[in-house]
Design a protein. Sequence first.
Length: 457
Amino acid sequence: MTDLVTLAELGGPLAVIGGAAYARHAYPAVYWSTVGLPLSVARLLASYSSTMDACGLTVEPSRWRALAVRATTRREVRPVPPRRGIIRPTSTGLRMRLRLVPGQEPADVAASAERLRHAWGVHAVHVRDVKPGVVELWLVGFDVLQQVRMPRRSDSRPLQVPVALREDATAFVRDYRTVPHELVLGATLSGKSMYLRNLVTRLAAQPVVLVGIDCKRGVELAPFASRLSALATDPDQAAELLPVLVKEMEDRYDLIKTRQGIAPGTAEELITSDIWGLPEDERPAPLVLFIDEVAELFMVATRKEEERRDEMVTQLIRLAQLGRAAGIYLEVCGQRFGAELGKGATMLRAQLTGRVCHRVNDEASAKMALGDIAPEAVQASCAIAPELPGLAVVGDTSGGWSRIRTPYLSLAEAAATCRATAHLAPDVPALNPFRPYVPPLPDVAPGSMPTARPVTE
């Protein structure tokens, strides 16, 4: 009888522990808000000074402070840690500002981020420079990239669209005004298509001209045909479309020169202004060119195809070099993109400022994407597991990089969004011959519509 009472008494605590362990695995956000957040705050408050001392982030107090401590408390004078600000909890972690002591810099705190993570029991610690002498610690309570939930406050702006989630729980915003061209690499089933799908649907809600080149017979971009102003589904069509885009770019330069009074014979390379300096009623709509499987444009089998390839590569390089000022931006996707593709590949890659590298099959592919701008990010991209599609490493020419993951978006939802925003597509007469055919939706009989099941089922 006594054993039964003991088991009954232990049953409640064991159930609570088991429930917490299950919530931590299945619902990490709920676990963090109920259990992880109070525990981490308690660890931080209890061990702040000792942790800072162990991390080497304390300094000897000033002479006047040491004298004041000895005179008032008669206790041992201890090293001074950075002054801590108010702890601000969030749905994914904590935020806290530190005022650095004299002689410290943000790099000192960033070097101890891994130690702080273990000391305070959080998933990651990120350091951001706020202003001289002040840094902000972003403590992430759990792995936010396991189950991607985009922040609620991630409103899109013209040519600025949130497409993924960073590892610090902030949105990764694709800003074409800052990073005009981008290279997206990834092996099969790495999530490259999902990234492209999110990007297209986000831009579809803006008055932006969307143009696609998909040499896989259009299987990736054809579902978005209702929102695309032009679509090429094989290298022959791409060879016809690219000269039209180059001509559109030249016409926009002529418009800029006419408006600013520049001589018509001035070379495009000498023009430093762009379409954003034009009045709104005269400004042409920005244009984003999506290229899926760019290697298909480089592969040739005959001499005639080689000449066509050289012409297309030259036109792509011209668009990459001169397109930004004309409001033309490139989004180049592929599995590999290096010198082995042929003449002009390396030169084109050098013009692509932004880099997104999903899981790749070899280290050489990762170096193609990130080796020339962020060498330390190459190993991070090689460590992406196949069980996490959509996970990628993003970098730019500033040398900074971070991990991101794209949220899941079904093809049906993306296609429906493009159909609903088809009226937002700007009219570009030069692209009308390349506008894809959109078949009408089949009529659905009222009796064939699926009925929703009760919630209890």
